[in-house]
Design a protein around this ligand. Structure first.
Ligand SMILES: *Cc1c(COP(=O)(O)O)cnc(C)c1O
Length: 403
């Protein structure tokens, strides 16, 4: 009989969205007339369709696959076609981050790379993760039995964790703009983490999945805009939220050529080469038509077209934020992020507020407690919904909480 990886048995059951669905169903059963009145503001998935020029590029790629002369089998490198890596590198250049096409690896999304990257690191590393956080970081490290420690994100620090010099970590996960809090690091805040990582000889795994939502000039889109990052950071990004690729699957990971870690015998090992070796063994690349579509996202026409969707979500976020301002409710996000992370009114707990909002306003959000201990007493609303419904939800929330 095979022995299990018993670390899996220690994982928290993924109850959050199951519990939410259960509560909604129970509510509908008790109030069948309210069924169509429910507005879902908890979704973490995009809802607007892929941009037209991206669809055309995918179609063209698919057609090339059907013709002998242009058919493509396995990609030679499995790290992505040059046309896409060059498009991504040019995008980085456009906001002042110097990244070479050869440092970019095309992936099937950020979630897999966030989880798999730790394969190249030993199990006795100490991993620092912010609390609250996107669950992948914690789960993928607990699966290999690593020690996870937490950096607090609280109202006091505006949900932007601050490094603690007295605590040592080997690997650090940062996500900015953040899911679930919507908070985003300024250059100076990020510089503090880079300095901490260099002092600790640690590596930062930087999740930039929401960079496309950044509007404020002082918020870096990439950790590589900040001095020192090339010595200590890996950046993982995705087209999921940028261009509606959640069902298409494409992302990219950037590993600077000079990023190295010392092996136990003192030899320096290139992180890029090690990750290349891991991917070469376990990953065969992203489909050609999807890469064609991804490259179109970075074209001038593509940038214009995806902007329309991004602006739609950002306006929803602004509408939600404005209502919370009116109500005098503390929140983070909404400005450089599709997420609004609000403090539950009257000291309510996350799940109590969830019930209150569902029963009294028929609005569904996500209880912050589901993302970590520091999420207790907070609540996540998303701007990925329909405009009319967002406005309606906001009106109901205002009416309910003004009382
Ligand atoms: C949605 C999301 C991603 C994107 O994951 P994909 O696998 O590329 O769809 C990555 N990180 C965070 C924090 C996210 O919320």
């Amino acid at each position: 009989m095979p022995k299990l990886n018993e670390n899996f048995l220690k994982l928290e059951k993924n109850y959050l969205f199951i519990n939410i669905a259960k509560k909604i169903n129970a509510f509908i059963e008790a109030n069948p007339d309210k069924k169509d009145n429910i507005i879902r503001m908890g979704i973490g998935d995009v809802t607007l369709p892929i941009a037209p020029c991206v669809v055309e590029a995918v179609k063209k790629g698919a057609e090339e696959m059907g013709v002998k002369e242009t058919f493509k089998g396995y990609e030679d490198s499995g790290t992505g076609y040059d046309f896409l890596k060059e498009a991504v590198a040019n995008y980085y250049k456009s906001f002042g981050a110097d990244v070479k096409p050869s440092e970019i690896r095309i992936s099937d999304g950020a979630k897999s790379d966030c989880g798999n990257i730790v394969d190249i690191f030993a199990d006795d590393n100490v991993v620092l993760i912010t609390d609250p956080a996107y669950p992948v970081y914690v789960d993928s490290n607990l699966m290999s039995g690593r020690k996870v420690i937490y950096a607090d994100c609280t109202k006091e620090n505006g949900f932007c964790a601050v490094p603690d010099k007295n605590v040592h970590a080997d690997l650090i996960y940062l996500c900015s703009p953040n899911n679930p809090t919507g908070a985003a690091f300024t250059k100076n805040q990020l510089k503090a983490w880079i300095d901490y990582a260099i002092d600790n000889k640690a590596i930062i795994i930087y999740d930039a999945a929401y960079e496309a939502f950044i509007t404020e000039p002082d918020i870096p889109r990439s950790i590589f805009e900040v001095e020192g990052a090339r010595q200590c950071a890996i950046e993982i990004c995705s087209l999921s939220k940028t261009a509606g690729f959640t069902g298409m699957r494409c992302g990219y990971t950037v590993i600077p050529d000079e990023l190295e870690v010392e092996a136990s015998d003192g030899t320096k090992v290139s992180i890029s080469q090690l990750w290349g070796r891991r991917q070469g063994s376990k990953f065969n690349g992203v489909s050609y038509p999807v890469q064609c579509g991804a490259a179109a996202v970075f074209s001038e026409e593509g940038r214009e077209q995806i902007k329309v969707n991004l602006e739609y979500y950002k306006e929803n976020a602004r509408i939600i934020g404005e209502a919370l301002d009116e109500l005098g409710i503390y929140y983070t996000g909404g400005k450089n992020s599709p997420y609004i992370w609000l403090e539950c009114p009257n000291g309510m707990k996350s799940w109590d507020f969830f019930d209150y909002l569902l029963t009294e306003a028929n609005v569904v959000g996500t209880p912050g407690a589901g993302f970590g201990n520091n999420g207790e007493g907070f609540f996540r609303l998303t701007s990925f919904g329909d405009r009319e419904k967002t406005i309606e939800a906001v009106e109901r929330i205002k009416k309910l909480l003004k009382k």
